[in-house]
Design a protein around this ligand. Sequence first.
Ligand SMILES: [Zn+2]
Length: 272
Amino acid sequence: MVSMPAGTIGRMRPESSPPQRPWDPALEELARAIVRGGGAAALTGAGISVASGIPDFRSPRGLWSRFDPMEYATIEAFRADPEKVWRFLRELERIVRGARPNAAHRALAALEEQGWLEGIATQNVDGLHQAAGSRRVIELHGSGRALVCLGCGRRYPAAERAGLGDPPRCRCGRILKPDAVLFGEMLPLGAYERALALVRGVPVLLVIGTSAAVYPVAELPREARAAGALVCEFNLEPTELTGGVAQLTIRGPADRTLPALLEAVARRSRGS
Ligand SMILES: [Zn+2]
């Protein structure tokens, strides 16, 4: 244990300081860039929802530890044996149903509300950004809020799920697929283009809880940087972006680092 040198008491931080480290130079630099530049956009992935009880699919407790994605989460697998793929989808539904937005989702919603965030492009299908109050959300991988028929194209709101059977079936008889993107499927029409326009039009891009390793989403941080944005990564672990495309890195769980950013932006915007 380190003994406290004399005179430290007077410099102790007040109760209202951010929950992160008392002064993180990267966080301060990022807040300054957001306030000076007039805004930011966010690209989010699984890491932002971990504190909501949705383990990252790739983590040891994640769904991929029990369901081989190549066997359970490709469009080919769904076409070949939708009943089998629904064993995985049911588990995903169960996990997402119990999840609530965490402090990271709420911090992004507050940044949008205060005029600092232009929008969010997310790889998540859990709907937690919207549940937290974010309004401009681009769902790159679709969502679980609708079911679609690959046969006749009919769509059903997820609210009707209970009345459609298990696995849910279309009126035409085919088993329905959630509107979330499976491996090997195209992204929802126009979603990538809208995300590209979003990240190219902002002075700052926050890349949160994603390794940005899956194409074409992996291109977004690169495109933002090429268009002149400051790219800042929020992650627990180093990724391919670290020290390359990302000029700033904030380490730590997003439900602590994003509220700290919100406070830093508030301090800066008050001119302190
Ligand atoms: Zn149908």
